[in-house]
Design a protein around this ligand. Structure first.
Ligand code: LMR
Length: 427
């Protein structure tokens, strides 16, 4: 029956990376994928992660055994505390459970699959317009229909609060509402505290279910606690909820790490280089669940374990060991917060440099949103045809919606990037 399988379109974000890699022009720039780069545009291995690697390699008590189905409790609890705060009433009342997932996407999937099985039949999931390209696919994949709530207001290049509240009000009761905990992807626009309160009011009234996606804790304000504000506020208000956490961005644990021969480890042979190399799968994420009672929490955990067992059996160990170590060690944790500041600080600097250059070039339009938006991304307002010209004429790769990952800019390419924007906007 394979002859009936149609060819699928390539993934919008990762296809851009492949095109960028194949481009031989030395001026090329990749502001497509949201992956942090240092000022030399090299992937950044956090110094604290390097330290954790060394500790793990010298730990002779570690082995390759199965992990518990829900992951190590020390990891899932530390991750849940990171987002909820250790003194959260939900912890005090013992109504938090969590399972380790395959990064943030896995958390979204596991949560969506659980909701399909147990949430009100036919409930829809409301996504912000726009949102991360993968959200719709994740929900559709488990058979949950999605609808959109207005989020981005082109005229102000800010939040369309009125449109959002109106859509939440109109949606059927008990809808699932996907909210970006901080550093909204792709717009870089987050609600203010007052706006979050209004959002919570409508959600409460309509008995909507808050589904937080939190992929950028530490990237928005530079403070882990501040970036968790919205989630903690919803907990305080008494909501039950899911929170999907990714450690890809804030730990720089995106995928796979190949370490050439370490100590007595012989590892595997790297087929490309021929070097002896140890490959470590990472993809560390967490699905944190806040319920209304301690008993409900245990029931939910037991069902999540059943689900997890049928899907991945046991989560991968390596990435979670790094996160576990760092979150549970005071000195390493402090160092991690410094590393986070290095990353968020460079992104803020790039925002300022880009803004200044566009101002200097007197590029038509207002560009304040470049510095006002937060997190990894900026939603430039560039149109699809302009994005196309940027790719074809300037070898600049960005998603069609005009989103740019600030981490793809550096002190060396930001002027070229601004000049290219200036050109496409004028012509
Ligand atoms: C992005 O939005 O670019 C990242 O979150 C990478 C991804 O998985 O799409």
């Amino acid at each position: 029956f394979f002859q009936e399988i149609p060819q699928a379109a390539p993934d919008a974000i990762f296809h851009l990376t492949a095109q960028y890699k194949a481009d031989t022009d030395p001026r090329k720039i990749n502001v497509g994928v949201g992956a942090y780069r240092d000022d030399s545009l090299k992937p950044y291995i956090l110094p604290v992660v390097k330290k954790a690697d060394a500790i793990l390699f010298n730990d002779e008590t570690l082995d390759h055994e199965y992990q518990p189905i829900a992951g190590q409790k020390s990891y899932t609890t530390a991750a849940a505390k990171l987002i909820l705060g250790a003194d959260s009433p939900a912890f005090v009342e013992d109504r938090v459970v969590a399972v380790q997932t395959i990064s943030g996407t896995g958390a979204n999937h596991t949560a969506a699959a659980f909701l399909k099985k147990y949430h009100k039949q036919g409930a829809i999931c409301l996504l912000s317009k726009p949102t991360w390209a993968n959200h719709k696919a994740i929900f559709n994949n488990v058979g949950i229909e999605v609808a959109e709530y207005p989020y981005w207001k082109p005229s102000t290049r800010g939040l369309d609060l009125e449109g959002m509240l109106g859509a939440l009000e109109k949606a059927p009761e008990q809808s699932i509402v996907l909210l970006h905990a901080c550093a909204h992807n792709p717009t870089g626009v987050d609600p203010t505290k007052e706006q979050w309160q209004q959002i919570a009011d409508v959600m409460d009234k309509k008995k909507h279910f808050p589904f937080f996606d939190c992929a950028y804790q530490g990237f928005a304000s530079g403070s882990l606690d501040q970036d968790a504000w919205a989630v903690r506020y919803f907990v305080q208000r008494g909501f039950e909820m899911f929170i999907c956490q990714s450690f890809a961005k804030n730990f720089g644990l995106y995928g796979m790490y190949g370490i050439p021969e370490i100590g007595s480890w012989t590892g595997m042979i790297n087929l490309t280089t021929g070097l002896s190399c140890l490959f470590l799968g990472e993809r560390a994420g967490n699905l944190t669940v806040v319920t209304r009672t301690a008993q409900q929490a245990q029931h939910v955990l037991s069902q999540l374990e059943i689900l997890q067992r049928s899907e991945i059996s046991n989560p991968p160990a390596y990435g979670s060991r790094i996160v576990d170590l760092v979150l549970n060690d005071k000195a390493l944790y402090t160092e991690w917060t410094e590393n986070l500041k290095t990353m968020s600080g460079r992104i803020i600097e790039m925002r300022e440099r880009l803004f200044e250059k566009l101002k200097q070039l007197e590029t038509p339009g207002t560009w304040n949103h470049i510095v006002d938006q937060i997190g990894m991304f900026s939603f430039t307002g560039l149109t699809a045809p302009q994005v196309k010209v940027l790719k074809e004429k300037y070898h600049i790769y960005m998603t069609e919606n005009g989103r740019i990952s600030m981490a793809g800019l550096s002190s060396k390419n930001v002027d070229y990037f601004a000049e290219a924007i200036n050109d496409v906007v004028r012509n």
